[in-house]
Ligand binder design. Structure first.
Ligand SMILES: Cc1cc2nc3c(=O)[nH]c(=O)nc-3n(C[C@H](O)[C@H](O)[C@H](O)COP(=O)(O)O)c2cc1C
Length: 408
């Protein structure tokens, strides 16, 4: 027997991870206007296939679920067909990938909704501040509260998107119940003031989450379903009057369903960034979840190599996801194994734009090829360019050649 490390395999339900370094969901806003993943998504994900598991960027379950510009979807066949080359490429590289299922609820904006409609939510309470919509930064709007009778159709859309994800070749799905999106909006009482069976008591506020979990589990099997929660995050005005009671209940209910994994966003993260100072629900970290949840745990948020090794070796979590580090380091597992330096992530290319900041973060192998080219140990290949069409086995040479040109 040896201590488990970050680099050992693990089984999360039916998902077989070759290591415990996970790529979490990362919206990159480079999808096509009709919700198909963009042409460069295949290479972007394949570059990162050495992750034990990739969770796709948030992927809308319906046109009404869209809440950011240029995000992909999984509600129609064209989108399913467009995802297939992505999942195939990841599998050919020996990786595993699940789709993150997303409905943004009140976090959306009329400019992102079909026919400019008002986005839906649990109650008529707007998020304060500004959101990034079609025409830049605009105030969030007051959502239209969903009628009780409308909710089964949304549950069905989640189930259909889960079925579509499997048809598209995903190994499973992760339900986005974090970061102040629709399911989180129902869970927490600052955004849910409903008087029907989806509001009021904790059981009622958790009803949408559990109905959706049961619906997608029916379609793909519990062993291929993960759920993402961010109990401590105050992103998009999230707050609850009694978070430990709420999330104890939620964790018990999820544990009884024997899911593949629970994906926890650690305290200290608000959306896509690290924050300082204490927040009211900061006690709900991975140690707390381990004590209160009987199942596999992936944790994300502010991890570096040492903290991740400790978290896995101590048994606090089963796997660790690295968000910003995976954007900037396509070969993150090998960099962590070999204690190599990490590239820094550049926020200005996180959302939207072209392949810059998307396809052109180098692997260690790409950096070695650059040195070989510079010192004449490798010959450049005529006409080779780094773009959506670059064959996977050539991208590192293409990157090195591009560097030689831009540095010249
Ligand atoms: C550019 C960017 C996009 C993100 N998109 C999503 C998303 O689509 N769904 C989600 O649940 N979290 C999303 N997140 C949050 C990350 O999954 C992760 O929780 C966060 O970056 C903290 O991890 P880190 O400290 O390792 O970066 C995003 C973060 C970043 C930086």
């Amino acid at each position: 027997m040896h201590d488990v490390t970050l680099f050992d395999p693990v089984k999360l339900g039916a998902l077989l991870l070759s290591n415990r370094v996970v790529m979490p969901p990362l919206t990159r806003s480079r999808a096509l206007p009709d919700g198909r993943p963009g042409p460069s998504a295949r290479l972007y994900y394949a570059q990162r296939a050495s992750a034990g598991l990739i969770v796709s960027e948030g992927t809308a379950i319906s046109p009404e679920g869209v809440g950011n510009p240029d995000i992909p979807g999984l509600w129609n066949d064209k989108q399913v067909q467009a995802w297939k080359p992505v999942t195939d490429a990841v599998h050919n590289e020996g990786g595993a990938i699940v789709a993150q299922l997303w409905h943004t609820g009140r976090a959306s904006h009329p400019t992102l909704q079909p026919e400019g409609k008002t986005p839906v939510g649990p109650s008529a309470i707007a998020i304060s501040g500004l959101t990034f919509a079609r025409d830049g930064r605009v105030p969030y709007v007051i959502p239209r509260p969903l009628e009780t009778e409308e909710i089964p159709a949304i549950v069905h859309q989640y189930a259909q998107a889960a079925a579509n994800a499997r048809t598209a070749g995903f190994d499973g799905v992760e339900l986005h119940a974090a970061n102040g999106y629709l399911i989180d909006q129902f869970l927490q009482d600052s955004s849910n003031q409903r008087a029907d069976r989806y509001g009021g008591s904790i059981e009622n506020r958790a009803r949408l989450l559990l109905e959706v979990v049961d619906a997608i589990t029916n379609v793909v099997g519990a062993e291929r379903v993960g759920v993402r929660l961010s109990p401590s995050s105050t992103f998009q005005d999230m707050a609850d009057s009694d978070p430990t009671t709420l999330f104890s209940y939620v964790l018990d209910a999820l544990a009884s369903r024997a899911l593949a994994y629970l994906h926890l966003v650690e305290p200290g993260i608000v959306g896509d960034d690290t924050v300082t100072g204490r927040r009211p629900a900061d006690d709900i970290d991975s140690k707390w979840v381990r004590k209160n949840y009987a199942g596999r745990i992936i944790a994300t948020g502010g991890y570096d190599r040492e903290r991740a090794l400790r978290a896995v070796t101590s048994g606090t979590v089963d796997a660790v996801a690295f968000g910003r580090a995976f954007i900037a380091n396509p070969d993150l597992p090998v960099r962590l194994i070999t204690k190599s330096p990490l590239n820094e992530a550049h926020r200005d290319t996180f959302y939207g734009g072209d392949d810059h900041g998307y396809l052109d973060y180098p692997s260690l192998a790409a950096e070695r090829l650059l040195a070989d080219l510079t010192e004449g140990r490798t010959e450049p290949e005529q006409g080779l360019q780094l773009n959506a069409q670059t064959p996977l086995e050539k991208w590192q040479l293409a990157w090195a050649q591009q560097q030689l040109i831009t540095r010249a």
